[in-house]
Write a protein of this length. Sequence first.
Length: 434
Amino acid sequence: MVNIIICAAACVAMILSVLFFPKLKLGKLKIDSYWVVVLLGAAILLLYGALSGQTDVKAIGQKLIENTAVNPLKILVLFLCMTILSVFLDELGFFRALAGFALRHAHSGQKRLFFSLYCMVAVLTVFTSNDIIVLSFTPFICYFAREAKIDPMPYLAAEFVAANTWSMALVIGNPTNIYLATAFGIEFVSYFLVSILPTLAAGTVSLLLLFLLFRKKLSEPILGAAERDVVEDRPALVIGLIHLGVCTVMLAVSSYIHVEMWIVALCAAGSLFLCDLILSLVRKRRPRALLRCLRRAPWQLVPFLLSMFIMTEALAMQGTTEQIGKFLGAAYPVPIYGLLSFAASNLINNIPMSVFFSSMIATSNAGLGAVYATVIGSNLGAFFTPIGALAGLMFSSILAEHDVKFGYKDFLKLGVCIALPSLCAALGVLWLIV
């Protein structure tokens, strides 16, 4: 019982930290508070368990290092390496150049600009991930809207919704996809064949609702213009594109050649480092893009995910997840797990939710329908509140740096108007095909 109280208190404290003190100041250093709170919760849980004997600390430690597909360390390596591959391209100006290209061809005004941005984000998200797109496009939208003298809200909403909707399409689109797919042995291609139709349904609904929501603002004229962005370091860009492309293809066939996805991503990131270092040595200059890329990588995900893993494992060891799984049963898995995962994502964040729900699904024998429904809930839950996903936390942090207000009420507006209808559309299609 004490374990449940500690975990619940840590989750509540995390929500409060996001709302009231998102940053902690340590001298000149500013760090996100949400992962610090969760880390403290996990530390307290381990200390209490060690002293009381109610939590087997050694067993949790073994879970962290055991050689299974759902090992959290493997998930972290896969996600961080894929993030580094894409952030490297962003540091070279690739995503900004693509966005600028789309914006320059929006000659008919804001409506064409809006649709161009949504489509660009959707396509890029499919082949990278939602977190990468949020990191890459959010600062650019703030900058462009300021120069063009237009309201950034429609474009920020379009970017965030598109990134967290189309991230469902491939396994690599979201850490939750990776965790749930690997936990239940779903192969890259098999995942895509099931997820593509619900993703198309949710993407279509979200685009139409976004347009209806912001149609008045999109009727206003554009008073400025996008600058032409040129990628200066073309050799490094080619190296980065080759590595990302080859890595994506290898991930698609990894299950057929019996190579784990985290190994593929790690080799791709390592090769990129080596190639860029060699290129820098030949040119006799510092690998600036690579160094900036390392600074931008979301390292805070490491303590956050590991802390949440510790807490969910502690609950599982006490039988909490088993009891909930048996209570839910295997009847109507798509609506039940889809709606519950959506709600739970906005209470404890979608990454720990996925860890928790994977145990529940296994216990209840709810089948793959429950797995895909949980994937949908974990992705679409990201734009109901800022707590729903790591992408939401990063999104809010970036906007604060640019003095753009996009608060809790704005998230709830998106959630009620767009996330809930998109969720219903995706779950409805999934129910028909599984």
